[in-house]
Design a protein around this ligand. Structure first.
Ligand SMILES: [Zn+2]
Length: 134
């Protein structure tokens, strides 16, 4: 009886913990999606294509550990972050229509951050693609 009750509580706690974990943490751990879909990966970052393609090849570089935003990301990870960005961008330049790129970080909801886990957007840019920023 106690064992059954313990088992039920344990499963509910495990489910709660799973549901509380953000989507990027779950992707980083391989619980969602497929790691074979990673565009690039190093010790602390991985990259995947954004589901919402604002431009063809729109990718995200995401920290493997959970940090809410850029302010929480340790400075010591800066080199690896730049490494990930440069690798993803160099892959996008294999598409000969790509002539430039934007690296964008949205921090806090007022700036458009939707998922509360550090990531930057990489937007490959093409001549006359119609994308405008302020
Ligand atoms: Zn997370």
């Amino acid at each position: 009886m106690y064992l059954v009750l313990f088992d039920k509580i344990y499963k509910q706690v495990a489910l709660f913990v799973f549901m509380e974990e953000c989507i990027f943490c779950r992707i980083a751990k391989g619980l969602v999606g497929n790691k074979e879909d990673f565009i690039y990966e190093n010790d602390n970052f991985f990259s995947v294509f954004d589901i919402k393609q604002e431009a063809k090849g729109h990718a995200l570089v995401i920290s493997k550990k959970h940090f809410d935003n850029t302010l929480e990301l340790p400075v010591s990870l800066g080199t690896e972050l730049l490494d990930a960005i440069k690798n993803v961008v160099s892959k996008s330049f294999k598409d000969k229509s790509v002539e430039g790129f934007n690296v964008i970080g949205n921090n806090f909801p007022v700036a458009g951050q939707v998922i509360n886990h550090f990531h930057v957007h990489i937007l490959p840019r093409r001549r006359d693609d119609g994308i405008k920023f302020v």
